[in-house]
Design a protein around this ligand. Sequence first.
Ligand SMILES: [Zn+2]
Ligand SMILES: [Zn+2]
Length: 197
Amino acid sequence: MMELCLHEALKLNDCPVCHCIKKEFDEYMKWFKIEGYKEPSVCKSIQEAGYICDRHKSILKDMGEYLNNTFDFILPIDLEAFKSPKSIKKMAKHLMCKFCLEEERIEKLSIMQLCKIVASKKGLSIYMNSSANLCKRHLILTIDQLKDSSAAEAILNKYKKRLSQTIEALEAYFNSLDYNSAEKKNKRAFQEALKLY
Ligand SMILES: [Zn+2]
Ligand SMILES: [Zn+2]
């Protein structure tokens, strides 16, 4: 599943890991909206993780009254668990959003799978010749996981090449602001910079 997603992502001008996180998390949310919302083990994991972040709250709001089922399960457990300030203090150490945790799980899986792909000569050459390029976060996390040093070197060089091109595009933009300049303004250089981040 993840392998397929990554191979598809390598055809796009985007970070393949970001692409797969988005795609697989959308699938997870589709499943959550159909049956996960009332699944006791899922409700329990939301309660145990601790809270729901603003970004995921706004996604969940679209679900409407189905969420009554989820909270009907969760809130009495909280009421039971909130016995005293002392019992709450223990919770402070492991406070997470269940949906962020799910994204993290997918992220780890995608990076593991990407490392497997680029560890083979054929896979590395597909990555190197594709328009895909890792974002900074996923470049760092992938290189941290990669055991093959020549693959790590190649991936880093691809990133640095895009970095230099973007620096040039930014320079060209600022040069074009000079009223004497005949150069066409490239207002979109920041979009390439955002992709690198
Ligand atoms: Zn990324
Ligand atoms: Zn979250």
